[in-house]
Write a protein that binds this ligand. Structure first.
Ligand SMILES: C[S@@+](CC[C@H](N)C(=O)[O-])C[C@H]1O[C@@H](n2cnc3c(N)ncnc32)[C@H](O)[C@@H]1O
Length: 220
């Protein structure tokens, strides 16, 4: 991977250079019908049953955004990389979806609020995850949810966010947090994986988005 010096992404990967081949990875492009079906099934279980407004931050080439749109959600995708956004726009052409170039840590969505903020494999690359999570929480409507898919990749020099760290950051911000382990489902990755992969669905109380107290946080 080539490096760049954009301070908005702390890991120094040149995402523009990654864009053209990004979808070659089974879990990125979802080209294998079995992998695609596995992600569609998980996503359906994580997203609200009722279709709503969904913000996909660091949306990349838009593979999850497309699944969400197919499940009826109105998608806004944001990514720092112009080439990634170009591929996402092409992938969702003709759908109820808009794509914006911008920083996931401070998305350019004005006063708009969302039923779901979906983020896969991005938080680990952002400086100051605690501050970013507070901002994402504030982008939700009452009763809204954060759907975060993260992991710790590699066994020699691991990078990423361990699940217990992420759930601890979310506990004071949201009313309920559900952790789902994903490492044991090879269909999601196009093969067996050894490292830590997981999703967290963190939900706000209805009508209490501005008033979640730490003592009401609940892990389960
Ligand atoms: C590992 S890829 C994940 C893409 C997509 N979420 C997925 O799961 O297929 C990380 C993405 O985050 C984007 N990204 C990294 N830092 C960002 C930032 N500060 N703001 C917006 N996008 C960012 C990159 O351009 C890249 O598209």
């Amino acid at each position: 991977m080539r490096k760049n010096h954009d301070e908005r992404t702390s890991v120094g990967i040149d995402w523009d250079a990654e864009a053209a081949a990004f979808d070659d990875e089974p879990d990125h492009g979802l080209r294998d019908p079995e992998v695609r079906a596995a992600w569609a099934e998980r996503l359906r279980s994580w997203l609200p049953e009722r279709a709503g407004d969904l913000l996909d931050l660091g949306c990349g080439t838009g593979s999850l955004a497309l699944l969400a749109a197919e499940q009826g959600h109105r998608v806004t995708g944001v990514d720092l990389s112009v080439p990634m956004i170009g591929l996402a726009r092409a992938k969702l052409a003709g759908r109820d979806a808009v794509f914006l170039v911008g920083d996931a840590a401070a998305p350019p969505v004005g006063e708009q609020r969302f039923d779901t903020v979906l983020v896969r494999h991005v938080l680990w690359a952002l400086p100051d995850p605690a501050r970013v999570l507070r901002h994402w929480r504030d982008l939700l409507r009452p009763g809204g949810r954060l759907v975060l898919v993260e992991g710790v990749w590699g066994t020699v020099t691991p990078v990423g966010i361990p699940a217990d760290h992420l759930t601890a950051l979310l506990a004071p911000l949201t009313a309920h947090t559900r952790l789902e382990r994903l490492s044991d489902d090879p269909r999601l990755w196009g093969g067996a994986v050894q490292d830590e992969r997981y999703a967290v669905v963190a939900t706000l109380q209805p009508h209490e988005a501005e008033d979640i107290r730490p003592d009401r946080a609940n892990l389960g």
